[in-house]
Structures are given as C-alpha cells and as structure tokens.
Design a protein around this ligand. Structure first.
Ligand code: C2E
Ligand code: CA
Ligand code: CA
Ligand code: CA
Length: 275
C-alpha cells in the first residue's frame, strides 16, 4: 500500500515538473487559479528595529488542484512574461484589503509585491483607490514593493507612476535591492520611501565579511538620502544583531516568523499579546 502511495507521489511530481517546464501549460493552469480559488495570501512579519512594532508582507501561494503547491519563484516569472501578472497582482491587492478590513489590529499596515508590469498598468491607481475605499483603508497603510524580474522598459513612465502613487498616500519600496537591475540607478532616479536588501546579502552576513561591508555601506547611503531600509532573510540572532548595530530600520526573516495564513498570524499575535 505504501509503495502505491509513493508511486502516486512520483507521478504527481513528474506531472508537476512536466507542466512547469512548459510555460504555456503553466500559464494555462495559472489562468484558472483565480476562478478555482487556488490562490491564498500568506503574511510574513516585518519588525521595526526601533519600536518592535510589526507589519506584514503579503506573499502569494498557489495550491493548484492539478499540480499541488507551486512556489512563487516557479510561476511569478511565467506570469510576468505572459502579462497575466497584472491580473494576479490586482487580485492580491483586493484580497489583502479584504484581510486588513476584517482582521485584527496587527494586520493594519501591509506590504504588497507588485511586478514592474503591474506598476505600468494604467488601471493600478484606480484599482488601489477602489479597494482602499471599499474596505475603508487609508492608502498610507499600504506599501507597494517594486519587484522586478523583467527589464524596465519605460523609466520615465515608472518615475511618474511612483510619484503619483506616493501623492495618493501609498508607500513605495524597491524590492531585492542589490540584485540584478535593482541597484543604485534605481535609487538615484526612482522616488521611493524604502529599499529592501535582498536576502542573498543577509544570509552570508558575518562580521567583517564582504556582505557586512556592503550592507553597512548601503545603510549609510540610505540614511544620507532619507530612504528607510529593510533587511530580508534574517535567520539568526547574530545576523539580527549586526543589522541593528548598523542601524537597519526593519528586519524580516524566519527568525521572526515564516509566511503564514492570516488565521495563524492572528492566533500567534493574540497569544503574544496575552503573554
Ligand atoms: P520577495 O518579495 O523577495 O519575498 C521574500 C521571499 O523570501 C519569500 O519567498 C519569503 O517566503 C522568503 N523568505 C522570507 N524570510 C526568509 C528567510 O529567513 N530565509 C529564507 N531562505 N527565505 C525567506 P516566496 O514567498 O517564495 O516568494 C518569492 C518571490 O515571489 C517574492 O520574493 C516575490 O518577488 C514574488 N512574489 C510573491 N508574491 C507575489 C505577488 O503577490 N505578486 C508578485 N508580483 N510577486 C510575488
Ligand atoms: Ca517582496
Ligand atoms: Ca528578495
Ligand atoms: Ca523578489
């Protein structure tokens, strides 16, 4: 019986790899995900180093009935290439606002990942404002993280878009800072409130390591130009300590909590309050 169970699992995994290798196939499955209610928004805590206050980042999970759980790294890029990402991101915005409106105190300020393509969508402001007003949320409680896996096509358009979103009250952050194209030129030209140092730097962080020098330099620079900094991928107390010593504004990582469904986040924060 056990063997039978195993072979079913192997078959599923093969099927999953097969579909994931074929982009059109994956996108075909992805397009049914919203209607079939296969998406779930998870939340991961981000800790303010000065106050100990917490806010959350919304991270999308796909539990495909056909493929099983598919990690974002496996489907976000395919979605970006097909432009379907705009629909996904707009769905996440609506879902997050719904959670915020019906949720506990802690889930008041939330960061949402938006692909560059979504930032370039003409409907974005309208959708954001509609979701906020529908659920009675002040835009200043929503932070938009610019994640970029595809190349920026129209820099001027993005600059105007970010400026407009900030005027409406939304906060804007550059995600994965230091990786790929998300670098100093972005910091130079884009009007943003925050940068998020990619976990690649944090995970190899040791005293006097290259990563340590890079992170402290970024922090010094960010302070000078008035941009806040979050470090992602913090897994050890030692890393957290070094980041706090270097005046990092916010910390995020498994040390403080893994991404989890709203119900679990709610339960954990309730327990923490009661203790
Ligand atoms: P990201 O925005 O850089 O998110 C951080 C990723 O690191 C998340 O992976 C998170 O689960 C993981 N992480 C957090 N803390 C730790 C840690 O301490 N150690 C390690 N090893 N990992 C940690 P996840 O959830 O798999 O998401 C992957 C990427 O998919 C995200 O990277 C983001 O770029 C993208 N993504 C997720 N949700 C959305 C969405 O709704 N829209 C768009 N456009 N992109 C999304
Ligand atoms: Ca992010
Ligand atoms: Ca990252
Ligand atoms: Ca990312």
């Amino acid at each position: 019986k056990q063997e039978k169970g195993n072979s079913v699992k192997v078959f599923d995994m093969n099927r999953q790899t097969e579909v994931m290798r074929s982009k059109p196939h994956l996108v075909h499955e992805l397009k049914k995900a919203i209607v079939n209610k296969e998406f779930v928004v998870y939340f991961q805590p981000i800790v303010n180093a000065a106050t100990g206050g917490i806010h959350y980042e919304a991270l999308l999970r796909w539990f495909s009935s056909k493929l099983g759980p598919v990690p974002p790294d496996a489907f976000i890029m395919a979605a970006e290439e097909s432009d379907f990402i705009q629909e996904i991101d707009l769905w996440v915005i609506e879902k997050v606002c719904e959670h915020v409106a019906n949720s506990h105190e802690e889930l008041r300020y939330v960061s949402i990942n938006l692909s560059i393509k979504t930032f370039q969508s003409t409907e974005l402001e309208k959708k954001l404002l509609a979701a906020c007003s529908k659920h009675g949320i002040d835009p200043s409680f929503i932070e938009l993280e610019l994640t970029e896996h595809t190349l920026l096509e129209d820099e001027q358009l993005l600059i105007e878009k970010l400026g407009c979103l900030r005027k409406l009250g939304f906060k804007v952050a550059i995600d994965d800072f230091g990786m790929r194209h998300a670098s100093f030129n972005y910091l130079r030209v884009l009007p943003v409130d925050k940068i998020k140092i990619d976990k690649a730097f944090v995970q190899n962080l040791k005293r006097n390591s290259k990563e340590h020098h890079i992170i402290t330099s970024i922090l010094t620079l960010a302070k000078k130009i008035g941009v806040r900094v979050t470090a992602e991928g913090v897994e050890t107390v030692e890393q957290a300590k070094m980041l706090v010593d270097a005046s990092c504004d916010e910390l995020q990582g498994y040390l403080f909590g893994k991404p989890a469904p709203n119900e679990i986040v709610h339960k954990a924060s309730k327990q923490a309050r009661e203790q």
